[in-house]
Design a protein. Sequence first.
Length: 325
Amino acid sequence: MERLTAGAARSPSLHPVDHPYARFTTRLNHVLERVGLALGGRAGARLATQLGFGAGRTTLLRRVMTLPDPQFSTPRVLGVDDFAIRRGQTYSTVLTCGESHRVVDVLPTREAGPLAGWLTSHPGVEIICRDRASAYADGARRGTPEALQVADRFHLWQGLGRAVETCVAAHRECLRAPTPPEPSNVDTLQDDAELPGRDPVGRRAERKKAAHALVHELLAQGHSRRAIARHLGWGLNTVLRYATATRWQDTFRENRPRPSRLDPYKSYLERRFAAGCTSVTQLHSELLAEHAPVTYAMVRAHIATLRTAPPGTPPSPPTVRKVTG
C-alpha cells in the first residue's frame, strides 16, 4: 500500500500539489503571483496579510521576477513610436499591438536598422502605424516593403497643430488689431425681439406666446395667480411675469440687465477708481456718507469688474497658442 501511494505521488500524470523542497503549495504560489502582478510589493503584502497568507513584499516580488516573459505572436497591426528614457539624450522605440494595445517589444534606439531587423525576423505584419519620423519610414520599408504604412490619430493632430501654430506665428502682427466680433444669431434674435416694430420669431417666441395666452385665459376665468402656478406646475414668478405683461412680446424685455441701486453711483466709482482709490471699504464708506442705498457686496462686485477690465481699455490680442488651439 505504501509503495502504491509513493508511486502515485511520483507519477508524472498527476498534477503535483507542490514541488520538492518548496515552502508554498502550487496553488498558493499562483495566488501570490496574481497578487504581486496586480499590486506590486507593499500593497500586495498588505492584501496578502488581510487574506491570511502572511507573505512579505520581497516574497511577492520574487514570485513576479521568476515568471517567464510573456510571449506574443507577431501582430497584424504594429504600432511604432519613440519614447524618452532620458529626455533630450536617450531615446528608444516601443512596438505595440494596434489591436490589443499591448507592448510587444522595445528596441534600444530609434533608428531604421533595429526596426528593419525586427520586422525581418517577425514576418506577418500587414499595417504599420507610426509617426512621421523618416527613420521609421525607412526601417519599415526595408523590413516589410509590402506592409501598409499609416499615421495614427495623435501624430496627425500633432502635425496639424504645429503647422497651424507656424502659420499663425508668421502672421502675429494681424492679431494686434482684433476686429469686433460679429453678432451671433442669438444676439440678432434678441435684438430683433426688442425692436418695437417687429415681432420675434422662432420656437422660443412660440412658447412664450402660448404661455402668455394660457395665463391670461386662466386669469379671465377668475383663477388667482397662485392657483394658476399650482395648476400649471410653474413658479409663481413665472406666472407673475406673464400676467403683468400686456403683450406676449413684452416678456422678452426680461432678458435685459436688471436695474440696480448702484447704477446712479457707478460713474462716481469709476472716476474714483481711475483716480487711484481702489479700496472697496473706503469707496463704500464714501457712498454711505452720501446716504446711498448700496451694500458692500454691490461695491465690491463693481470694483472687481473695473479691476479685470478698466473702462476704455482695449481688449488684449489673443496669443498664438490660443488661436492655434
